[in-house]
Design a protein around this ligand. Structure first.
Ligand SMILES: [Zn+2]
Length: 406
């Protein structure tokens, strides 16, 4: 983990601890059992510990907070934070011991119990004890049905286990709790989970169920691209080329920026149904609608190359290059076209001009959450496990687009 991520995690842990402290005070006041629990928090060790935390000096923070905790065994939140710090340091076993011992306390309120269990669940998750983590999060939800942290972690655990139906149900509970402004994002996650459930149905050969799931994913989020791709594939498997074509057309209309993901499928379909010109027309249409669409130009050029029209293909590739000078895949296509044409000096020179300031990227896709990089567009980030967070990173074109058409 990077030091920034660690600091962030620690701060979150501290905030959770402080919030818990407040909740604890409130509950104790309500129950008329106010104990003088300020001793730990008024000690210089507590403040020093927090300062070390902010400065990302975890070991010193643990040292000071341990001293603060020893002044007052009842200071629940200090002990919780300590456990969380052990977990963040990777000492899951130690964290589990700390949090488990807190659960033995007899005077825990329901909400305190839930918080400690939540931390324990995170410890188990960190230590790789999946079943115990699942159990802990479910227990938190029994005590506190609206606990969003528990729901999020439960969803992620189910996803990791590929238990898509359970992940979907958990996400649905979260969606109901989520604020209105975060609803579209939540719908989109539900759509991806629905798509996964559909894929499982495909693997079992249950095509009707799969179709129902993919359609439902598209209803949840009209931009759920993988659901269209998979739905079309099922139609192809059912020998229904016409319907497959219709599905992919729907996808192009809903998410033209992702059209290229269907290029291979649409081209194969066009060839098989004896209408190869349909694919060429599609590429031309996409270029007209969005002159920056370098992928449609690349696809079209590959078609032209296959037909022996190397010069026209190269012109398209030069135009594509102007819009994305850093894509290695375009350069490779250009090298091939230049080779087929016997490296005419004028064209080679044109190419050299266009590439003057280019940096080649093999992995242009980047996760906007955690900056994980990938060659392919991924729907779920393998690093932070978030859904639909990849964007294509592009550096400003090396030249004005107008020059490309010359
Ligand atoms: Zn990520």
């Amino acid at each position: 983990m990077s030091s920034y991520a660690l600091l962030l995690a620690v701060l979150v842990a501290v905030l959770a601890g402080l919030m818990l402290g407040k909740a604890w005070e409130r509950y104790n006041l309500r129950g008329n059992t106010l104990i003088d629990r300020r001793r730990a928090r008024q000690s210089p060790h507590y403040i020093l510990g927090l300062n070390f935390l902010v400065a990302n000096q975890i070991d010193l923070a643990i040292e000071e907070l341990t001293r603060a905790a020893s002044l007052d065994e009842d200071a629940l939140e200090v002990h919780i934070i300590l456990g969380n710090l052990y977990r963040e340091k990777g000492q899951a076993g130690k964290a589990i011991t700390v949090h488990q011992s807190l659960l033995q306390r007899s005077r825990l309120s329901r909400i305190e119990h839930a918080y400690v269990l939540l931390c324990l669940g995170l410890d188990y998750k960190r230590g790789g004890f999946v079943d115990r983590a699942l159990e802990a999060f479910n227990e938190v939800l029994r005590l506190d049905p609206k606990n969003e942290y528990a729901l999020v972690n439960l969803q992620k655990l189910h996803e990791e286990q590929h238990q898509w139906t359970e992940a979907y149900d958990t996400r649905q509970r979260l969606t109901k709790l989520a604020a209105i402004e975060s609803q579209p994002q939540s719908q989109s996650i539900l759509a991806f989970l629905e798509n996964e459930i559909g894929l499982e149905a495909v693997r079992r050969g249950e095509y009707a169920e799969a179709i129902r799931r993919f359609e439902s994913a598209i209803d949840l989020d009209p931009r759920a691209v993988p659901a269209y791709l998979n739905l079309g594939d099922v139609r192809v498997t059912q020998d229904n080329d016409k319907e497959a074509g219709r599905v992919w057309e729907r996808m192009l209309a809903a998410a033209p920026d992702r059209a290229y993901l269907a290029f291979g499928r649409i081209e194969t379909l066009a060839q098989r149904t004896g209408e190869p010109e349909r694919f060429l027309a599609l590429c031309q249409r996409l270029i007209e609608e969005n002159p920056q669409d370098w992928r449609a130009r690349l696809a079209l050029s590959q078609r032209l190359m296959a037909d022996g029209q190397h010069q026209d293909a190269l012109a398209l590739l030069f135009a594509a290059l102007v819009h994305n000078p850093h894509a290695l895949i375009i350069h490779q296509a250009i090298w091939e076209a230049l080779g087929r044409l016997g490296h005419p000096p004028a064209l080679v020179e044109r190419y050299t001009e266009l590439t003057e300031n280019a940096v080649f990227y093999l992995d242009p896709h980047v996760c906007i959450r955690c900056r994980y990089r990938s060659t392919e567009l991924l729907w779920q980030c393998p690093h932070c496990h978030d859904w639909n967070t990849f964007v294509e990173e592009r550096i400003a074109p090396a030249q004005e687009p107008v020059l490309a058409e010359s």
